[in-house]
Design a protein around this ligand. Structure first.
Ligand code: PHB
Length: 359
């Protein structure tokens, strides 16, 4: 019987087990948003996961919206990531980088030359952004011109090539959580009247063109995708998420991706607060490997994999606080509690100092 400890093959990536480390922003990049040796150590400690999905990683300078998030668009960043992938591979793990563009979830203070962030439409998000010095209100972004879209798609493909140069086993395109590709997908943030807005088909077009370009650049068997159909995080919503995301998933089938990663509900939020959505219908429609994410514990994850509801489960907070989560699951051992105050700061504290089980 297939369970959480069974090996798996996701496209070209062999997983030793079906415990996936979810993507987690940790804000510890060095100068130039370069991954540091501390970041390499953090991921190396977690290499017993079947697959590590890195923190969200901007594909270009305009894709940044938070301080100290490591990018994958300069030679120094690629070299920094190479040390990370070497460390994980040396410890027997697999690692894919989550490719990110924040779109409107940024601020001129975080943009090259203080320019306006870009988005599908000039709609200001409600809320505030931490610029590294202060909390500031979001600004009204600049709507991308139709003529800029081909270059944006190329930027995703270049970042995917950079990822292979950096030694990653694959990439995960981030199209969730209210960032740029999700801003195109969902109706509240996309009010375009050209070929990239309006119907679900048109709102999904940019994502599908990005997937096509990235698959052509590095091969579909090294490409995954993150979606989060109902999270309201970053002031986003959709008039009909079930229809939108069933359409998207149907269109993904011909790509033969390595995996699809669905964040159910809202990251970190209690299940009772999740907006309604039928995730099993995505499972039925999607023919490839499915990772489900959010709020699982050992028993619910084991049930999801043994029943066939998922091919793997991604863990965020549990993996953050338990570098040896797979071994703890195997032994039924107690789990460390996450140090919430140090999720986004603290250097090595609350990052690389969680204890592992002693023999
Ligand atoms: C964050 O930095 O808060 C963040 C980044 C990417 C996500 C979610 C949250 O998908």
């Amino acid at each position: 019987m297939t369970d959480l400890f069974s090996p798996a093959r996701f496209g070209a990536i062999d997983l030793a087990n079906r415990v996936v480390m979810s993507s987690l922003t940790r804000n510890r990049a060095g100068a130039g948003n370069v991954p540091t040796p501390l970041i390499a150590e953090y991921y190396r400690q977690r290499a017993s996961a079947g697959l590590i999905l890195t923190e969200a990683t901007p594909i270009c300078a305009e894709g940044h919206g938070y301080p100290r998030t490591p990018g994958i668009h300069t030679a120094e960043q690629v070299a920094g990531w190479k040390a990370v992938t070497d460390a994980v591979h040396g410890a027997g793990g697999k690692i894919a980088v989550q490719l990110w563009h924040v779109g409107r979830i940024s601020h001129p203070d975080l943009q090259p030359g203080g320019i306006l962030p870009v988005a599908p439409s000039a709609i200001r998000p409600v809320g505030q952004v931490f610029t590294g010095q202060a909390m500031k209100d979001y600004v009204t972004p600049r709507a991308l011109d139709l003529s800029e879209i081909p270059a944006l798609i190329k930027t995703y493909a270049e970042a995917a090539r950079n990822a292979l140069d950096a030694g990653f086993d694959g990439v995960e395109i981030h199209a969730g959580n209210g960032y740029l590709l999700d801003q195109f997908l969902r109706s509240s943030t996309n009010q375009r009247t050209d070929g990239y807005g309006g119907s679900a088909e048109k709102r999904a077009r940019l994502l599908l063109e990005v997937m096509d370009a990235v698959c052509k650049a590095i091969g579909p068997d090294r490409v995954g995708l993150r979606l989060s159909p109902v999270t309201p995080f970053n002031d986003i919503s959709d008039d009909n998420p079930q229809d939108t995301f069933e359409y998207v998933v149907g269109q993904l089938n011909p790509f033969r991706l390595a995996f699809l990663d669905i964040l159910q509900g809202t990251g970190g939020a209690p299940r009772e607060t999740w907006l309604p959505f039928d995730y099993d219908r995505l499972r039925e429609r999607y023919v490839g490997n499915l990772i489900r994410n959010n709020g699982y514990d050992f028993l619910t994850a084991q049930e999801a994999v043994t029943s066939g509801a998922a091919d793997a489960i991604a863990f965020g907070r549990l993996m953050l606080a338990n570098p040896d989560l797979v071994e703890r699951f195997r032994r039924g051992a107690a789990l460390n509690a996450p140090d919430y105050d140090r999720f986004y700061s603290g250097e090595e504290k609350g990052y690389t100092d969680y204890p592992v089980l002693q023999d």
